[in-house]
Design a protein around this ligand. Structure first.
Ligand code: ADP
Ligand code: ZN
Ligand code: ZN
Length: 799
C-alpha cells in the first residue's frame, strides 16, 4: 500500500503529494488525515496522509517511519477544505492543513496507552495497563500495531495524548515596592545621573502598583535580574511568591439559564433560521440587529434546536469580545457541552479543548477565528457574531476569512450560517440586499429601551475657548454628575492609529524609527521611545535633534495619561484601567471587569478591548475621547471602521432600566461616519459609503487582490513590483485596474522596503493562475531569503 503525503516543508518545490510505502504492520491502520513521520532527504519530517492507494508510478519508495495518530486528526471534509483554502488563498497545502489544527500538534506529544470503555479483562495486556497505562513505545515493544489498532477500534484500549509543556509553577517569584510613590520619587532623585537602569525600575513602580514577576519586569524594562536584586537589597523592593492565575473557567460552576420567551421581533427573526435547520438546507442569514436587540438569545435558541437534532454548533466571536460575560452565557445554557477556544488558553489547554471536540465530548464550541475549523462531523449551524470584525481575516498564511470558510462548511453540512452584527460589513449587507444572503433586521432593543442619546463635541471649539484638557467641558460635567448619582461611566480611548509620538514644538520635527518609516511611540513607564514594528528603542531626547530646541514633547493620549488626568480633575473617582498593560496577566481581564461590575469602581477606562460585548446595568454614560482617531488611516475602510466602533461603544450605555447617554469628542465632528453613528443610522451610512466605494472602485463593487513585495534593497523592491505590475497588466482585461508599483503606506519596516501592487476587478476567472505564476517565477529569490512576496486575494490590512 502507498500513502500520498503532504510534507511539512512550506516551499514551492515541495507543495505537492509525495508517495511513501506503508510498512505491512501499519497497513490496516493508516488512514487519510493522519500525521506520519517520513524520511525526506537526509531528515525525518512530519507529513499528512492525504490518500491511501495501491500503486505508485515511482519505483523504490521510501517507507513511512512513524505514525503519529491513532485516529485521523483531519476528516475527509477538512482535508478537502484544506485544498480549497490552498486554491482560494494561494498558500501551500501544508499551511492550510496545519491552520486547522491546534498549535500543540506541532509540538511533542507523548502518547500513553490506557484502558478503554470496554476493557477486556482477558486480554494479554490487561495486567500491564490496569494500574494507569504504559507509554506507546513500550506497549509496541510487547504487542503489534495490528493488535493495538484492533483493540482501539473495539474500545478496549484508548490512547491518551499529553502535551509536553514546562509545567507552570503554581507561584512565581515577584517583587513589589515597599515605598509610596513619593518616597520612590525621592529615591530616584537621590540617584541623580547614576544607576539609570535601577531608576527605570523605580519609575515602573511609580506608575504601577502591586507585584510583578522578575521575568515580566525583565521583559518589559529589558533589564537584568541582578539590577532588580540590587533594589531588593536596598529594601526599596521586596520579594514575594505570587500565585499564578489558572484557566478562568476551571472548576467554575455556571448558574443554569433557561430559554427566554422571545419577543415578536425575535420570533420573526429566528423563524427562517429554524426553518433552515428543520429542512436541513444551507442558507446564509445576516442578522442586522442593533446592540441589545437580543441577537445572542436568538443564537442560543437556534443552537438549542440544533442540539435536539443531535447535531453540533460552532459560534465565532472576535477574540476581543470573548469576554467572560459572553462565555458565561453559553456555558450557562449548554453546560459541559461547550468547549471554549481563545488565545488566553495555554497551548496545552487549547489542545485539550480541541481533543474534547475531536472525541465528541462536546457539541458546541465558542471561539475566535480558528474555531471555524473545529473537527465536528455533524455540524448543524455556524454562527459568526460581530461579523464585520476584521479579526476574522487571518493576516498570515493561509490568508482566509472565517466567513468564507463557514459558508463552505455550511454548504457541505447543509446547515445554516448565521452572521450577526449591529454594523454589518458593507460586503455582507450588499449581499443580503441582493438576496444572496437572507436579511433579517432587528431594529429595536428588547423591551424597547431607547437607543442612547449621542452628542458630538467639537474639540476644535474647546481649544478655541481655552480648554486644553483632554476632557471637554460637557464630558467633565457629565462625569461629575454620574459620580454624584453613583452611576457608572465607560471611557473609551481609541488607540489604534493614535500613538503618543514625540514632536518638537518649535520646528515640528517628529522622531522616527531609523529602521522603519514610522514615528516612535513614547513610553512613559521608562522614559523611552519605541518602535512598534521592530522594537527599536531610544531614550527621550532632551533637545530636538533637528533644531536643538528644548521644547520637545510627546503628543497624543495614552490610557495612562487619561487616568492621571482623571485623578487630578476628579480625585474622588475610582478608576479601573483596562489596556494591554493592565491585562497582560492571565485572568486579570476578568478580575478588572468583575471589579467594575460589582460597583467597586466608578469609571471603566480602556481601549478597544472594552468596546464590545460588555453589559453592565449601571452604566449610563459612555465617553469617547478620540472619536476620529481611525478616520485618517490610509485604508478605504477607515470610515466604515469609525462608524462601527462608535456604534459599538455607544451600545454599552443604557442597556437596562437606566437611560444612557454618549459623548463623542472629535476634531472632525462633521464627518458622515461620526454624524450617522451618532444618529444610529446604519442605512444612511450604508448608502453614503456605497457611493464612495463605487466612485473609487472598492469592495463591494469591485474585488481586490494585493501583492506586497519587500526586500532590503529599494531598487530590487521597485523592480520586482514593476515586473509584477506589468505582467498583470498584460494578462488582465481592460475592465480591471492594476495599481502599482507604489510604496506601501509604511514604506519601510525593519530595514526592508515595502512596495505594493493592487488589483481591482469584477471578473477575472484566471487571476489566481496568474498570481500563482508570479509566485513560481520568484520562488528562487524567495527561498534564498532575500525577497518576500505576499499575495492576498482578499486584503484587509492596507498598511
Ligand atoms: P445583542 O446580542 O443583540 O446585543 P442580547 O441578546 O445581549 O442582545 O440581549 C440584550 C439583553 O436583553 C440581554 O440582557 C438579554 O438577556 C435580554 N433579552 C434578550 N432577549 C430577551 C427576551 N426575549 N426576553 C427578555 N429579555 C431578553
Ligand atoms: Zn526642533
Ligand atoms: Zn522600527
Amino acid at each position: 500500500m502507498i500513502a500520498k503525503v503532504i510534507v511539512d516543508v512550506p516551499a514551492n518545490q515541495t507543495d505537492r503529494l509525495f508517495d511513501y510505502a506503508i510498512p505491512e504492520a501499519w497497513e490496516e491502520m493508516i488512514e487519510p488525515g493522519m500525521r506520519v513521520v517520513v524520511p525526506f532527504g537526509p531528515r525525518k519530517i512530519q507529513g499528512f496522509v492525504i490518500s491511501v492507494v495501491n500503486e505508485s508510478e515511482h519505483a523504490k519508495l521510501k517507507e513511512i517511519s512513524e505514525v503519529k495518530d491513532v485516529t485521523p486528526v483531519l476528516t475527509k471534509e477538512l482535508l478537502d477544505l484544506g485544498f480549497w483554502l490552498t486554491e482560494k488563498t494561494l498558500c501551500y497545502a501544508v499551511s492550510a492543513l496545519q491552520a486547522m489544527l491546534p498549535a500543540a500538534m506541532k509540538a511533542n506529544v507523548t502518547k500513553t496507552v490506557v484502558l478503554g470503555n470496554k476493557a477486556n479483562k482477558e486480554a494479554a495486556w490487561f495486567r500491564m495497563i490496569e494500574t494507569g497505562g504504559v507509554k506507546w513505545d513500550e506497549f509496541l515493544s510487547h504487542f503489534s500495531h495490528k493488535e493495538l489498532n484492533r483493540a482501539i477500534k473495539n474500545d478496549e484500549l484508548e490512547v491518551r495524548y499529553d502535551v509536553k509543556e514546562k509545567t507552570a509553577p503554581k507561584t512565581i517569584l515577584s517583587v513589589s515596592s515597599t515605598l509610596t510613590s513619593d518616597e520612590l520619587r525621592n529615591e530616584k532623585e537621590k540617584m541623580g545621573n547614576r544607576a539609570m537602569k535601577q531608576q527605570d525600575i523605580i519609575s515602573y513602580f511609580i506608575d504601577h502598583g502591586g507585584a510583578v514577576s522578575y521575568k515580566e519586569l525583565m521583559d518589559v524594562l529589558d533589564t537584568t535580574r541582578s539590577t532588580i536584586k540590587s533594589l531588593v537589597s536596598k529594601a526599596i523592593l521586596k520579594e514575594e511568591e505570587v500565585e499564578l492565575y489558572r484557566d478562568p473557567y476551571k472548576g467554575r460552576s455556571f448558574k443554569p439559564s433557561k430559554a427566554l420567551e422571545l419577543t415578536d421581533l425575535q420570533q420573526n427573526a429566528i423563524s427562517p433560521i429554524l426553518e433552515s435547520i428543520e429542512n436541513r438546507n444551507h442558507g446564509t442569514f445576516l442578522i442586522h440587529g442593533v446592540t441589545g436587540s437580543g441577537k445572542t438569545e436568538i443564537y442560543l435558541q437556534s443552537i438549542h434546536r440544533v442540539l435536539e437534532q443531535g447535531k453540533e454548533a460552532i459560534v465565532l466571536v472576535p477574540e476581543i469580545s470573548l469576554t467572560p460575560q459572553m462565555v458565561t452565557r453559553f456555558k450557562s445554557r449548554f453546560g459541559s457541552e461547550v468547549a471554549v477556544l481563545h488565545s488566553g488558553l495555554s497551548r496545552g489547554e487549547k489542545y485539550d479543548e480541541w481533543r474534547k471536540i475531536h472525541r465528541k465530548e462536546v457539541k458546541v464550541v465558542v471561539g475566535a477565528r480558528s474555531a471555524v475549523f473545529a473537527p465536528f462531523t455533524n455540524l448543524g449551524i455556524i454562527i459568526i457574531d460581530e461579523e464585520h470584525e476584521s479579526s476574522y481575516k487571518q493576516e498570515e498564511n493561509p490568508r482566509y476569512h472565517a466567513r468564507d470558510v463557514a459558508i463552505k462548511r455550511g454548504e457541505h453540512y447543509k446547515c445554516p450560517v448565521v452572521l450577526g452584527s449591529a454594523t454589518p460589513s458593507l460586503e455582507s449587507y450588499a449581499r443580503a440586499s441582493k438576496g444572496v444572503y437572507t436579511l433579517i433586521e432587528l431594529l429595536e432593543r428588547v423591551n424597547k429601551q431607547a437607543m442612547p442619546e449621542v452628542s458630538i463635541v467639537d474639540m476644535r471649539e474647546e481649544l478655541r475657548s481655552g480648554n486644553r484638557s483632554m476632557f471637554s467641558n460637557d464630558l467633565f460635567d457629565k462625569l461629575k454628575e454620574r459620580l454624584e448619582k453613583k452611576e457608572q461611566t465607560v471611557l473609551f480611548l481609541n488607540r489604534r492609529g493614535y500613538s503618543t509620538f514625540v514632536m518638537c514644538r518649535d520646528c515640528g520635527f517628529v522622531v522616527e524609527c531609523p529602521h522603519c518609516d514610522i514615528s516612535l511611540t513614547y513610553h512613559k513607564m521608562n522614559g523611552t521611545m519605541r518602535c512598534h514594528y521592530c522594537g527599536h528603542e531610544e531614550r527621550f531626547p532632551s533637545n530636538c535633534p533637528e533644531c536643538e530646541s528644548e521644547h520637545i514633547r510627546f503628543f497624543g493620549t495614552g490610557t495612562q495619561r487619561v487616568e492621571e488626568e482623571l485623578t487630578k480633575i476628579l480625585p474622588e473617582a475610582r478608576v479601573v484601567r483596562m489596556d494591554v498593560d493592565t491585562t497582560r496577566r492571565k485572568g486579570s481581564h476578568e478580575k478588572l471587569l468583575n471589579q467594575f461590575g460589582e460597583g467597586k469602581a466608578d469609571i471603566l477606562l480602556g481601549t478597544q478591548m472594552i468596546a464590545k460585548g460588555l453589559d453592565f446595568p449601571n452604566v449610563t454614560l459612555v465617553g469617547v475621547l478620540a472619536g476620529d482617531a481611525m478616520l485618517h488611516l490610509p485604508d478605504f475602510r477607515a470610515s466604515e471602521k469609525t462608524f462601527q466602533l462608535l456604534t459599538q461603544v455607544s451600545g454599552r450605555a443604557g442597556r437596562h432600566l437606566l437611560p444612557g447617554e454618549v459623548i463623542v469628542q472629535s476634531y472632525t465632528p462633521e464627518h458622515y461616519s461620526i454624524e450617522m453613528a451618532a444618529d444610529h443610522d446604519f442605512q444612511s451610512f450604508y448608502k453614503r459609503e456605497m457611493v464612495t466605494r463605487k466612485q473609487f472602485g472598492y469592495p463591494p463593487f469591485y474585488f481586490l487582490a494585493m501583492v506586497n513585495v519587500s526586500h532590503e534593497e529599494l531598487t530590487k523592491t521597485v523592480d520586482v513590483t514593476e515586473k509584477i505590475t506589468s505582467f498583470l497588466k498584460s494578462k488582465l482585461s481592460n475592465a480591471s485596474v492594476v495599481l502599482g508599483p507604489v510604496a506601501s503606506p509604511i514604506p519601510r519596516i525593519k530595514d526592508r522596503y515595502r512596495y505594493q501592487c493592487m488589483i481591482k476587478y469584477k471578473t477575472e476567472p484566471k487571476l489566481n493562475d496568474h498570481l500563482k505564476e508570479i509566485q513560481k517565477h520568484f520562488s528562487k529569490d524567495i527561498s534564498r531569503g532575500g525577497l518576500q512576496l505576499t499575495i492576498d486575494t482578499q486584503p484587509y490590512m492596507m498598511m
